[in-house]
Design a binder for this molecule. Structure first.
Ligand SMILES: [Zn+2]
Length: 241
């Protein structure tokens, strides 16, 4: 097959555009923010699940605390009543004895209930701390997600602009090259990792980077400049500079 050196050189330009397009599309598909956002979603889901559990624990602890407070209040009221009766001086000696005994028992009970109340209060505070931590984490993660989304959007816009520019260049370049040469290039490119044409650099192929043997190099030198060369190793179109 034959093609003018001009067309062969333009084929290298086309290859540069296609390589840039491949790179841009790869970058578009693998923007790091995508993975980071997915990781944040997973962390948010874990955090939300734990938050639901600890919030339920907090609600339970609040009920326990209120109940405990009421119990302490009730015992205190009874003690106050008994003490008022004692102070009134109108009780009989037998009644006095009973009242004193009851105040003693109630005071002991009150002290036990207060210890219990303190325990519940400590449990409530610990759960509340965890709830606050998780809520703060959630806010932080949501903020980070927002920032990453903005970065992702900017990244996409930038790469899509680059792709549009390269596609425009491609559309204006392709009609300038011999269609048969372009067709061959496309065929090779499809089965060679997107590279259909490469420069002959010294004595090696710019596509597969393998050295071309001396006999082949000598043969190439005798060929017409319009002769379209193919690398014997990778079969790509080799363009002489
Ligand atoms: Zn090669």
């Amino acid at each position: 097959m034959k093609a003018t050196p001009q067309h062969q050189s333009q084929l290298i330009d086309l290859q540069l555009i296609d390589t840039a397009l491949m790179s841009a599309r790869h970058r578009l598909a693998t923007l790091p923010e995508r993975e980071q956002i997915t990781a944040i979603h997973a962390r948010l889901a874990t955090s939300a699940a734990e938050l639901a559990i600890v919030e339920a624990e907090l609600a339970d602890a609040a009920i326990d605390l209120r109940r405990s407070e009421l119990e302490v209040e009730q015992v205190s009221d009874r003690i106050a009543k008994d003490e008022a009766r004692l102070a009134s001086g109108s009780a009989s000696p037998k009644e006095l004895e009973q009242l004193q005994h009851e105040v003693g028992t109630l005071s002991k009970r009150k002290s036990e209930l207060e210890d219990l109340e303190l325990e519940i209060m400590m449990r409530y505070d610990a759960v509340k701390t965890r709830v606050d931590e998780l809520r703060n984490d959630e806010i932080g993660l949501q903020k980070l997600e927002l920032e990453l989304n903005i970065r992702l959007e900017n990244g996409i816009t930038e790469i899509e602009k680059e792709i549009a520019e390269k596609e425009l260049e491609r559309r204006s370049l392709v009609p300038q090259i011999d269609p048969t040469l372009v067709e061959l290039y496309e065929k090779i490119r499809a089965s060679n990792a997107g590279v259909g044409a490469a420069l002959l650099l010294g004595n090696s192929c710019g596509g597969c980077h393998l050295a071309i043997n001396a006999i082949e190099i000598e043969r190439i030198k005798t060929l017409d400049v319009e002769e379209v060369l193919r690398c014997e190793e990778c079969r790509r179109i080799l363009v002489r500079i």
